[in-house]
Design a protein around this ligand. Structure first.
Ligand SMILES: [Zn+2]
Ligand SMILES: [Zn+2]
Length: 806
């Protein structure tokens, strides 16, 4: 087995030198690359006749990937059941057989990347180092590790068709990296000129001694070398954390439920001990539950391992492997048939995770019976071991094709079963130390150490980015009495921005029951409330909206064209969800446009005023939980809005001066007088002047744009029967001085450097009248509307009204 001279000449110092000359993530240098074979045919011959193993891996990778002109990604995973399951984001069960690659007799002729590569006019083989952990566009100064060899055929520009053969990526792994502690794992990765070369080999048996050892070493490393006031909420007391009301004692034989008050654990304080908190998907009913009936039996012994759902069994194994005696699992530590217990425990859910010594997140387990400690059958991919030449002797690396769907924590955090569940979000925010179990790997997070993986990946795009720094840093610091008080308004702003971002990303997740919306964020909201309360007063939680920042709270906008309201049944059976003005009224993705510009200046007297508000709490002790009713009374400027009954799809144009803003109706509108929905895909709802203090809006969608374009001509006479009201909520980024300077057009010395006209928007709600026997001023929110700043003067003449919003 000898390498060809071209493969032998490809030394790591040479590759690093080339990368230093011209590296940009996602872009392949067209001059600074390693010249490999002169054509794909020559590469094939080298593999076939000289039997060069690396050339063979490249050829095999081409052969194993199907060519799809529409989806030019590399490599298309082998068509096996295992791969298909993995593609769907589901963990591969050990029962699923792994098919190494596409059976040769199944491939249609001309269908593989190899077939296409053979037809290229220019196919000289170019090789360069790439890095998985940096975002597209990043330069070499952000690279810490080169863990990929990129292989490109020919010059894309010459080919004229950049999509025919995408770049092949081969991952570089350091073989035999079985060190069971993280510092020595990192030291085992070779370095050239300050760059790590290759990532660590992953042990895909999640129950192996190596993986348990790694988890323990992450915890030990955090305990011994990190500042414990950063990484632990309880470090300042010098004793282990206070246990939740009940925990599972995994050190007793057999394991059993114990009350915290009965735990001594050899510490001076009763009820304090290290514990692990499990976060997992139930994925359907669980048979083994703590109830008033099972309480006595489970306090003596939990059901046998055979009867316990696999997730619980595995969580116990992890807890023991970490050297910890207590485990908290919701279904075994909260009395499931007691409303009182559930309500009081769900109020402190955030604290259960934040105080835990370690939170265990079963990311890839879709149901309690699925298990956490899986051994995923490794998909066989083309690979070889290459002794790369370097200045200090050969560096041996395993080179193998990498699958598009190879697991990383970012992708797990965005698509894994657990992260689709809204509940787990607050666990992620408040947990200080987190041990994540994926399908193929385990991962770690602690505030000082950041994210870590068993592949030893540097921080970057392979890790999630949505930790909510202001709120969580506040949370960790809240018990330290003399932490410094920084500029309060800036802190309040940061906390609120985190809150809006949290709600935005929470709104994208799937909840088992829509009515879980408020409970699922209640711990989060409660802690935001504490955080705000330390810096400012007047922040009440009104069905998801902060009274002290209610204008921005009202200004949520559908992320797609619409965010339909859930059907409200305002009955005693608890079906009521939320008032129309709360983000909780919809199950669709939303965003807070107004939250992206900080409130840096004085509010305008024209802005909406909150007169009063009220709500009926389902659990009177929990102001952050579900509500049975809520309203607010507001005073503000209004005018009339009508919607055109005609929709403009196709070849239309309009005078941009006539466009005054955009509208988003929460519910998709019907074609008047019918049950048909207006096709608003790819459309906009544009706001025009309707005359006489009325605005007019109409749907416009670009369709066939060939030929002459007719004018969009919304006609007030041809509008829906329904009349709407525009309620001005906030004049956007407001600065009276700058406003004056802007009015004075001759002021050529006006310092508008940091002024962005595009941010000056007038934020409004669209309201619809609700007939009410008692008063005539009841309205509901039906949409969101922004007006361009050029409408600013009109607002002065709008009518001032006091309205009740429900
Ligand atoms: Zn070769
Ligand atoms: Zn730490």
């Amino acid at each position: 087995m000898a390498f060809c001279s071209l493969c032998e000449g490809m030394t790591l110092p040479r590759l690093v030198e080339l990368a230093k000359r011209d590296f940009r993530a996602g872009f392949f240098s067209n001059k600074d690359y390693y010249h490999h074979h002169a054509s794909f045919q020559e590469l094939e011959i080298c593999a076939a006749t000289k039997k060069c193993p690396l050339c063979q891996v490249i050829v095999d990778s081409f052969e194993n990937a199907m060519h799809d002109p529409l989806k030019p990604t590399w490599p298309v995973p082998a068509v096996s059941k295992a791969a298909a399951t993995a593609d769907a984001g589901l963990p591969v069960t050990s029962a699923t057989p792994s098919t190494p690659s596409i059976p040769t007799n199944n491939k249609p002729a001309g269908a593989t990347m190899r077939d296409v590569a053979r037809q290229l006019t220019y196919s000289d083989v170019r090789i360069a180092l790439r890095a998985r952990h940096v975002a597209t566009g990043a330069f070499i100064n952000s690279v810490e590790m080169f863990d990929l060899l990129g292989v490109r055929l020919g010059d894309r520009l010459e080919l004229g068709d950049p999509l025919r053969v995408p770049d092949l990526m081969l991952v570089l792994r350091v073989p035999g990296t079985t060190a069971i502690d993280y510092p020595s794992l990192q030291k085992s990765l070779p370095m050239i000129e300050g760059y790590k070369i290759g990532c660590a080999t992953v042990d895909n048996d999640l129950a192996s001694a190596g993986n348990f050892g790694m988890a323990r070493s992450w915890l030990e490393d955090c305990r011994h070398s990190h500042d414990q006031t950063t990484c632990s909420t309880t470090a300042y007391t010098g004793s282990p954390p206070r246990l939740p009301t009940r925990v599972i004692d995994v050190s007793s034989i057999p394991p059993r439920i114990v009350h915290a008050v009965n735990v001594h654990a050899g510490t001076p304080e009763q009820g304090c001990a290290d514990y692990v908190a499990l976060s997992h998907c139930w994925g359907g009913p669980i048979k083994i539950l703590l109830t008033s009936k099972t309480m006595d039996a489970y306090s003596k012994a939990l059901p046998s391992n055979k009867e316990l759902p696999a997730n619980f069994r595995d969580a116990m194994a992890v807890t023991r492997a970490l050297g910890i005696s207590y485990l908290w699992v919701d279904s075994l530590c909260i009395i499931q048939d007691s409303v009182d217990d559930w309500q009081s425990e769900s109020r402190v859910m955030g604290a259960v995770y934040s105080r835990a010594t370690v939170s265990l997140l079963a990311m890839a387990s879709p149901a309690s019976g699925h298990g956490i400690l899986k051994k995923t059958p490794k998909q066989s991919v083309p690979h070889c071991v290459v002794p790369f030449a370097s200045d200090n002797g050969p560096i041996t690396l395993q080179v193998e094709t990498i699958f598009q769907n190879s697991e990383n924590l970012r992708q797990l955090a965005e698509t894994a079963p657990l992260s689709e569940r809204g509940w787990c979000m607050q666990e992620l925010v408040f947990a200080s130390r987190i041990l994540f179990y994926g399908r193929d790997q385990i991962y770690w997070f602690c505030p000082q150490g950041g994210y870590k993986s068993t592949e030893a990946m540097p921080d970057g795009i392979l890790f999630p980015h949505d930790k909510y720094p202001s709120i969580s840093s506040f949370y960790y610091a809240q018990d330290q009495s003399n932490s410094s008080r920084e500029d309060d308004s800036a802190t309040v702003e940061r906390i609120l921005t985190d809150f809006y971002h949290f709600i935005e990303s929470y709104a994208q997740r799937r909840l088992t029951f829509g009515t879980d919306k408020f409970p699922a964020v209640s711990s989060f909201a409660q802690n935001v409330h504490c955080a705000l309360g330390r810096h400012s007063s007047g922040f009440d939680y009104m069905a998801g909206v902060w009274s002290g920042d209610f204008r921005r709270g009202l200004l949520f906008c559908p992320q797609r064209m619409h965010a339909p309201h859930v059907i409200q049944a305002n009955e005693k059976d608890g079906k009521y969800r939320a008032p129309s003005w709360s983000w909780a009224v919809t199950d669709s993705p939303i965003m807070f446009l107004a939250a992206q510009t900080p409130l840096t200046s004085l509010p305008s007297p024209l802005n909406l005023q909150l007169v009063s508000w009220g709500s009926v709490l389902r659990d009177p002790k929990n102001p952050f939980g579900p509500v049975d009713d809520a309203h607010m009374v507001v005073k503000g400027r209004t005018c009339t809005l009508r919607r055109s009954a005609k929709h403009f799809i196709g070849a239309y144009t309009w005078d941009k001066d006539e466009e005054l803003g955009s509208a988003w109706f929460d519910n998709q509108p019907h074609v008047e007088g019918t049950n048909d929905l207006v096709d608003t895909t790819n459309g906009n709802c544009i706001v025009f002047d309707g005359g006489e203090d009325t605005f007019m809006c109409t749907y416009y969608a670009p369709g066939d744009s060939t030929g002459t374009k007719a004018n969009v001509s919304p006609d007030i006479k041809n509008s829906d029967k329904q009349e709407y009201k525009i309620l001005m909520v906030d004049l956007g980024q407001q600065d009276e001085e700058k406003e004056d300077a802007e009015d004075d057009e001759d002021d050529e010395f006006g310092d508008d450097d940091d002024w962005d006209m595009t941010e000056r928007l007038i934020h409004c709600l669209i309201l619809r009248h609700i007939p009410s026997p008692s008063t005539n001023n009841v309205y509901e929110r039906v949409g969101y509307l922004i007006l361009e700043w050029k409408n600013r003067k009109r607002v002065d003449s709008w009518k001032e009204e006091t309205l009740k919003l429900v």
